[in-house]
Structures are given as C-alpha cells and as structure tokens.
Design a protein around this ligand. Structure first.
Ligand code: NAP
Ligand code: COA
Length: 271
C-alpha cells in the first residue's frame, strides 16, 4: 500500500468548518494548497467560509447540513465527491456546548449535545467511509471534557468521550484498509465560541490562561499544525491516537482549584 498521497493532490473535508477552530483548520489546509470543502447548518457561515478559503487561493466549496441528519450529511458528501472525487482527509469537529448542571438540564438539552457531537460524528464517518481514499485519514476534534470530568459539562463529557472511543474502534476496523482515525483534543482556544460560552468574562479567561502550564490560550493555528502532521506521511504509523494539543492544560489546569475553568463553572452554576 502506498503512503498518503502528495499534498498537492489532496481533498480535505471539514465538518463544522465554518467558524472557530475548525475554520482555522480549513484555512490552514487551504494555505497549504489543498482543496477544501466545509459544511455546517448556516448558509451564511458556509458562504462566508468558502469566500475566505478562496481568498487564500484555494479551490473551495461547501454545503449546508446538520450533522444530526444522517441523510443530509450523506447527500452532501455524495454530491461533493461526485464533483471532486475521493476524500483524502476528513476533519470532523461540529459541536454544541452550553454550561448546565446535570440535574438542571432537560433530557432534550442533554440529547441535543450528544446528537451533535457523538451521533453527528458517527454520521460524518458513515457518510465519508465509501468516499475515503485508501490510504486516507480522519481527524476528530474532541475536547478536554472527553478525559476530564467538568462541572456543568456532563453532556459534553459523555459525548466527547464517545467520540474518542469512535476514534479508537474505527481505527481498529479501518486500519487494514489504510484509513487512519485519530482525535485531537484542543485546550482552551482564544476568541472562540466554546471559550465564550464557558468563560464569558475576561477575568475568567485570564484564570484559565494562568492554569495552562505554557501560560497562554491556544490559537486555531496550534490545532491546525497538529492536524497537518496527522494528515501527513510523517504520521503514516499513527492511528487510534487521542492527542492533547493544550499547552499542558489537561495535566492539571482543568481541575486545579483556585484558578481553573472548573472553578469558573462552579462559581457560575452553583449559586
Ligand atoms: P464554533 O465556532 O461554534 O464551531 C462549531 C462549528 O460547528 C461551527 O462551524 C458550527 O456552524 C458547526 N455546527 C454546530 N452545530 C452543528 C450541527 N448540528 N451540524 C453541523 N454543523 C454544526 O466552536 P469552537 O469553539 O471553535 O469549537 C470547535 C470544535 O473545537 C468543537 O468540536 C469543540 O468541541 C472543540 N473544542 C473547542 C475548544 C475551545 O476552546 N473553543 C476547546 C476544546 C475543544 P453552524 O452554526 O453553521 O452549524
Ligand atoms: N442551559 C440549559 N439548557 C439549554 C441551554 C442552556 N444554556 N441552551 C439550550 N438548552 C436546551 C434547550 O432548552 C433545549 O431543551 P428543551 O427542548 O428541553 O427546552 C435543548 O437544549 C435544545 O436547544 P435548542 O436551542 O432547541 O437546540 P439547537 O439544536 O437549536 O442548538 C445547541 C443546539 C443548544 C447546542 C446550541 O447552543 C448550538 O447550536 N450550539 C452550536 C455552537 C456551539 O455551541 N459552539 C461551541 C462548540 S464547543
């Protein structure tokens, strides 16, 4: 079996690639000269992302789909691949989050996050499988909640832990075909919707920053660089990995009492 194809010939799909970290990843691949497609729920965000990717000189396209709707995702992927051919790299990062205590949230609230993050990831995997080049590569954008229990995040913790187990099991099932499946766990990333929802005040984000061993919040580019590695021939023997890209935050910062996101969330939710 040959190695991952030449970068110049790669086709990349980023699920949920229209804002924040995922958009940074899409733009990173576009800057590298790859052909990039994105999708999410909002037509406006999809169009905006396509325009930005084209402005970087890349061939770019996209479609509107909710990851909770398997048929819509499959149809979008099918149409894309009829036009562009097989996919070399798929980044799956559509997600939803809000802080809420387990006992206070409705079953529908819990379900909506599990359906977006976990079931949605499965829908993406299911849709892209017949269209992935062999060898090919899938990267899940997971979250620290997959490994660190966090107050107000029971829905996200359950969903993202499931995403990482999808990574590990599909890596086993698809490895013999030459498809590698890995997860990246971003730490807290600056100027993102995720951070704004969990730590909306400057002082709260500053507390989180102090709890990162490398003493800064991440940038989308930090996450992209690791995705670039995972999608490259340098990672040809890496599959089933769950890789923190977090300045060391998962070592202690998320649970350290005094200046952590855990304390921010406790303060906000246990009034
Ligand atoms: P974001 O900007 O809100 O990105 C979420 C993306 O997913 C958007 O493009 C959104 O577009 C899309 N999306 C949401 N629900 C969808 C659905 N049902 N179907 C299809 N697309 C959907 O958030 P972010 O903070 O950058 O987070 C991006 C990823 O990084 C997530 O997987 C998150 O768990 C992970 N992460 C973030 C942080 C952080 O510090 N922000 C830390 C660790 C992990 P539409 O609204 O158009 O659907
Ligand atoms: N606290 C408690 N429950 C909440 C909530 C909050 N802050 N926000 C939403 N919910 C509940 C709703 O009340 C609803 O439950 P109900 O039907 O029992 O009332 C359920 O969650 C679904 O909400 P709805 O607004 O109908 O869902 P949606 O499908 O339109 O949106 C969300 C999904 C809720 C995850 C929305 O926040 C979203 O689209 N997020 C995407 C962007 C994002 O979160 N980015 C950060 C990624 S890390």
């Amino acid at each position: 079996m040959t190695d991952t194809p030449d970068k110049s010939s790669r086709t990349v799909l980023v699920a949920g690639g229209t804002s924040g970290i995922n958009r940074g990843i899409a733009e990173g691949f576009a800057r590298d000269g790859d052909r990039v497609a994105v999708f999410s729920r909002s037509r406006e965000k999809v169009d905006d992302a396509i325009a930005a990717l084209r402005a970087l000189g890349a061939e770019a396209t996209g479609f509107v789909a909710d990851v909770r709707e398997s048929e819509a995702v499959s149809e979008g992927v099918r149409t894309l691949c009829e036009k562009w051919g097989p996919l070399d790299v798929v980044v799956s990062g559509a997600a939803g989050n809000f802080p809420a205590l387990g006992a206070a949230m409705s079953a529908n609230a819990f379900r909506s996050v599990v359906e977006i993050d976990l079931l949605g990831s499965f829908h993406v995997l299911h849709a892209v499988y017949p269209h992935l080049r062999r060898p090919g590569c899938v990267i899940h954008i997971s979250a620290p909640q997959a490994v660190l229990p966090m107050v107000g995040q029971s829905h996200v913790c359950a969903a993202k832990a499931g995403v990482d187990m999808l990574t590990r099991t599909l890596a086993q099932e698809w490895g013999p075909e030459g498809i590698r499946v890995n997860s990246v766990i971003p730490g807290p990333v600056e100027n993102t919707e995720g951070m704004a929802r969990l730590a909306p005040e400057d002082s709260q984000r500053e507390a989180v920053r102090r709890s990162v061993p490398l003493q800064r919040l991440g940038q989308p580019q930090d996450i992209f660089r690791v995705c670039r590695f995972l999608a490259s021939p340098d990672a040809a023997f890496v599959t089933g990995a769950v890789l923190p890209v977090d300045g060391g935050w998962s070592l202690s910062g998320a649970s350290r009492v005094g200046d952590s996101l855990a304390e921010v969330l406790m303060g906000r939710l246990h009034r």
